[in-house]
Design a binder for this molecule. Structure first.
Ligand code: ATP
Ligand code: MG
Length: 269
């Protein structure tokens, strides 16, 4: 797993909440580093780790667990036939349940979490009550700008989480991330140009949603294979990652040309 660049204060906050026995919600725009930070912090805790990815078709049954059907047919609902889902497994082992993109989970799944989060208890049909061991915690991520496509978390669920907000990092830190995440070893100039161009997308009035450092990694990686042509790489990497307010007013290539000029991105010699 790659190292986390910067984020000292957020890392400290996350550790403090977990040490205090709290559950944490990491919130921030696409690609800001929510998953990377949560994985890194959960990975160094001396607790078992269980991961689930938010998905509109995920079910309560998957989160909690299920009875093995052939065994139940043979001998009925015996506790040893229960296959623990990630929630019950984390509770029973005093582990951390990492729910990536919690806001994508259907309401039923979110409701199952309520008693587990504040009382450390879950009712499992035919098994009974599961009580969490000390150490059990839930770390979740959510992306606030996605609420149009997904849903916001209920007030009751939010009330059970501490909130750590992640914003875009400094230019210098984003350069270090790009250097670390690229497949090759792009030149310092290429890294700087890719980061500058991507950062410019976040402040252009024609753009509704700018791009993250993930786009800068892609641009630097591709440009290194296109003779250093950052603008050409950006034309491949950015159309999927930025959203124009009015695409009919200015075509995306024009917007990218302007941004490249503003970011001082020169065409390769
Ligand atoms: N501080 C950081 N240090 C190292 N790598 C980082 C950092 N922040 C982001 N990255 C890298 O940038 C990319 C995007 O980060 P990540 O997937 O964690 O973002 P996210 O906020 O979870 O995105 P999404 O909203 O799409 O789920 C990953 O490749 C990640 O490793
Ligand atoms: Mg993520």
């Amino acid at each position: 797993m790659s190292l986390i660049v910067g984020r000292a204060s957020e890392t400290e906050a996350l550790h403090a909440c977990l040490a205090a026995g709290r559950h944490v919600l990491l919130e921030g725009p696409v690609g800001v580093g929510k998953t990377a930070l949560a994985r890194a912090v959960c990975g160094v805790l001396d607790r078992p780790l269980f991961r689930v990815d938010g998905d509109g078709r995920y079910t309560e049954g998957k989160l909690v667990g299920y009875f093995d059907p052939p065994a139940v047919l043979r001998a009925g609902y015996q506790p040893e036939f229960f296959v623990a889902g990630p929630l019950v497994a984390a509770m029973q082992s005093g582990g951390v349940l990492f729910i990536n993109e919690l806001n994508r989970m259907p309401e039923g799944v979110q409701n199952v979490l309520l008693p587990a989060l504040d009382e450390g208890r879950a009712q499992v049909p035919s098994l009974g009550e599961v009580v969490a061991l000390p150490g059990f915690a839930v770390v979740s991520t959510q992306n606030p700008s996605e609420f149009v496509a997904t849903g916001a978390l209920s007030e009751a669920l939010l009330d059970r989480f501490e909130l750590v907000v992640l914003d875009y990092q400094s230019e210098e830190e984003e350069r270090r991330i790009v250097l670390q995440e690229c497949r090759g070893a792009p030149s310092a100039e290429l890294v700087a140009a890719s980061v500058a161009l991507v950062r410019a997308t976040r402040h252009d009035p024609r753009i509704r949603r700018g791009a993250s450092v993930r786009a800068a990694v892609a641009i630097a990686d591709i440009a290194a294979r296109l003779g250093g042509d950052v603008l050409r790489a950006a034309r491949l990497a950015l159309p999927t990652r930025i959203e124009l307010l009015d695409a009919s007013a200015t075509p995306i290539d024009r917007v990218l040309d302007d941004l490249a000029k503003k970011a001082g991105v020169a065409a390769p010699a």
